[in-house]
Design a protein around this ligand. Structure first.
Ligand code: PNS
Length: 159
């Protein structure tokens, strides 16, 4: 059984993330989307909200599940029998930090990291920009799953 993880904060999940998850799901028997729940207090959505939105957005993929995690990603991988971390690379600017994390994770536990080049359609896309554009009333309907669009409208109405 080949099992991979797609980790991230997913605040919120974008179509760029979903593209990477879908492509990972075609390469592995099982994919776990792992939501880091403890990295920052500065989130628009709670961990539960981020996980729920991911579950709905990933529902079409039979071999994909979603879980929250705290602590080291390498520990999550060991506890869940995961051999590979799959990350999307949007541009060279992503590479420096991603390489550092990949090398650190490999040194910690031997887990491998596979980089998937982002679909050029989404190379400019980030959760931060989605939040900023949505906050100023811009149209992000082509950039996020419908469940996220609804959640953004609700959350930004409250602010
Ligand atoms: O969406 P992000 O913010 O790029 O996700 C980063 C994430 C969650 C993948 C990364 O911060 C992570 O793996 N955090 C868990 C803690 C950990 O293992 N840190 C050491 C990384 S080498």
């Amino acid at each position: 059984m080949r099992r991979a993880v797609c980790p991230g904060s997913f605040d919120p999940v974008t179509n760029g993330h979903i593209d990477i998850v879908q492509r990972a799901s075609a390469l592995f028997d099982e994919v776990v989307v792992a939501v880091g729940v403890n990295q920052s207090k500065n989130r628009l959505f709670t961990a539960e909200e981020r996980i729920d939105m991911l579950r709905e957005a990933c529902a079409p993929f039979d071999n994909v599940s979603v879980a929250g995690f705290t602590g080291l990603l390498t520990d999550f991988c060991a506890e869940n029998g995961i051999q590979a971390i799959v990350k999307g690379l949007r541009a060279v600017s992503d590479f420096d930090y991603e390489l550092q994390m990949a090398q650190m994770n490999n040194g910690l536990s031997g887990v491998e990291t596979l980089f998937v080049p982002t679909n050029p359609t989404y190379s400019f896309l980030s959760s931060s920009l989605v939040k900023e554009v949505a906050a100023w009333g811009g149209d992000v309907s082509h950039l996020v799953p419908p469940v996220v669009l609804e959640a953004l409208a609700e959350r930004l109405k409250e602010d």
